[in-house]
Design a protein around this ligand. Structure first.
Ligand SMILES: [Zn+2]
Length: 271
């Protein structure tokens, strides 16, 4: 255990310290360390990168050694588990940091010629090849997620990936050359066998597991019986708005999209 100065220091920075997929947070209220330098925490860093300015304080992400030990008053917690216990702004900062660290790790070499890359000389978010000048920027992967309603019900599916009996919305990656509209229609048809109409944009969420941008839509059932894609889906059903199964946790866009759809159905169908 290492004793640490009491916060805050002048010129302090926010330090997002990752040990693998786990982030160092204060045990008392799950906030991030804020010091002039992370070395006061007695941890060893492999690399660090500037994330940006968060509420007027500069934030940096740091990759720690795998054997890093949390100092007194802190513990390591997985980014995914923090989703439900810190506010959206804090989670967004941690999510951004996690994606920058992942990008730095996977772009050490030029993907065109294999030369070790170097950071952009003026701090742009790019790793540059000193031989062929190829610029490698962080990549995000667009995914569509859709709430489909049919009369007073909403289509929810249990993924093969869920270890618990949780039902969520149909979702999938946008493929090369597709529009978002086409991606929704294709994913829904592939996974559930139904057709949709009246697509409406709902909102988006950066989803750092690992680099997704979730684009959320509402839609209405247009035809077709449920035929699940068994490799991906364990079960899919139209659930009545007032009798839902276990759904994803608050903080995910799936949760907010399901609630928006339920609110609309409640306004229309509740006695
Ligand atoms: Zn190159």
């Amino acid at each position: 255990m290492t004793s640490t100065p009491s916060q805050p220091q002048s010129d302090a920075k926010i330090w997002l310290l990752f040990r693998g997929n786990e982030l160092l947070v204060t045990s008392e209220d799950l906030t991030f360390p804020c010091y002039n330098h992370y070395d006061v925490l007695g941890v060893t860093a492999l690399e660090h990168h500037r994330v940006g300015v968060h509420q007027e304080v500069e934030a940096f992400v740091v990759r720690l050694t795998e054997d890093a030990v949390a100092p007194e008053g802190y513990h390591f917690q997985s980014l995914r588990s923090l989703l439900t216990c810190i506010n959206a702004e804090q989670f967004s900062l941690a999510a951004t940091a996690s994606q920058i660290l992942g990008w730095a790790k996977s772009h050490r070499f030029c993907s065109q010629c294999g030369t070790p890359t170097e950071p952009h000389p003026r701090g742009e978010r790019a790793m540059i090849c000193p031989v062929c000048a190829y610029h490698q920027y962080p990549r995000i992967h667009p995914c569509v997620i859709v709430a489909i309603t049919k009369d007073d019900t909403i289509l929810l599916a249990r993924s093969q990936r869920y270890s618990i009996p949780m039902y969520s919305l149909l979702a999938g990656f946008v493929e090369v050359g597709e529009t978002l509209e086409h991606a929704v229609a294709r994913e829904v048809a592939e996974e559930s066998g139904v057709q949709v109409k009246n697509l409406r944009y709902f909102g988006s969420q950066s989803w750092p597991f690992p680099n997704n941008l979730m684009l959320a839509f509402q839609a209405e059932w247009a035809g077709g019986e449920i035929v699940i894609q068994e490799e991906e889906i364990l079960d899919a059903q139209f659930f009545r708005y007032d009798n839902l199964p276990l759904i994803p946790p608050e903080g995910s866009i799936a949760y907010h999209l399901i609630h928006a759809a339920v609110n609309e159905l409640t306004a229309k169908y509740a006695p």
